[in-house]
Design a protein around this ligand. Structure first.
Ligand SMILES: O=C(O)CC1=CCC(=O)O1
Length: 96
């Protein structure tokens, strides 16, 4: 199942910089691992915002929920999830 996920990162101004840098590095590694596995299909920066738009390919809502809640930056994110389904005009066989 495909989902569009929008993640708005909101780091408090008084957060410890070293802690945040560590969380960002962990987030980057987790993203790379999930992209290599084909689970996190795309990630795009929204221009001018500390926000990304991502596409996830997961088995079900529960898997997506667990992945998102486990992200290192989850405590600092506002997340929106939009379920996607195949467009009849798509020529991509892996869009499902
Ligand atoms: O910078 C972001 O948008 C948050 C984030 C998600 C995965 C990643 O590497 O950074």
């Amino acid at each position: 199942m495909l989902f569009q996920v929008t993640m708005d990162v909101r780091i408090p101004l008084d957060a410890d910089p070293a802690t945040i840098e560590r969380l960002k590095a962990s987030e980057k590694q987790r993203c790379a691992d999930l992209m290599a596995a084909g689970t996190w299909r795309h990630i795009w920066r929204v221009a001018g915002r500390y926000r990304n738009v991502s596409i996830f390919d997961v088995a079900d809502n529960g898997e997506l929920h667990d992945i998102l809640m486990g992200l290192p930056l989850f405590p600092y994110m506002a997340i929106e999830v939009t379920p996607l389904c195949r467009h009849p005009s798509s020529i991509r066989p892996d869009d499902r």
